[in-house]
Write a protein that binds this ligand. Sequence first.
Ligand SMILES: [Zn+2]
Length: 231
Amino acid sequence: MGADFIFDICAVPGVSGDEFEAECKKFVDGLSKEAVWDYLENIQGGFMNTPGASDEENLAYAKKEMLESLVEAEKALQGNRRDLTVLTLNGADYFLTGGMSWGDDPTDAYQYVHRLAYSGVDILGLANNVRADSENEFRLEKDNMWVTVGSISVCIRKTDEGAVVDMYRKGEEDLDKAQLASCYAFFAEAEVFYNCRNCGCRAFPHSDAHFAVDGRVLCPECDSTEVEKEG
Ligand SMILES: [Zn+2]
């Protein structure tokens, strides 16, 4: 017996205040009954059904309770807390807190970070799988990411050889028969090589090239536009 180090980590939400609440409401509304119950069980030891209320009403009350719990957590994590640090990984910010514990929460911030982490709402931070390169462009950092588009769930996967995009009926992502469409491309297919006539640098891949404002390919060594496609 003794104290152990424990910590929790969640993405820093990309929005705060009323905007967080609005986004979070969409997130919670989209959750299954099981996910809401599981959250309330883990975070506050369960949920009391209102006697006489229908299942639907009780689920709505439970979702409201979950939303309030997440909004409270987001609010509590704002400002300069000394029991919390922001960790930046792959361009994404995460709240990190922890310490030595005999079983209780190691810091006051811990329960709030845990709420955001456990709920899965950290997708709001656009943090876990993607990195924003510019306003509308994201780069896949891990192996896959899910995007919900109306009633369709889109999964973008990175494999050793390329990219795969699968689309499913929302809510049935684990059922093969619910798959609506799929396509893939290999990195090798997408790759083009260039030679530079200016400095003599040869066979540099498109992914290494620099680009002029007008989109022309520049040599990565000398930034010359005197480049030609190989082959
Ligand atoms: Zn060159």
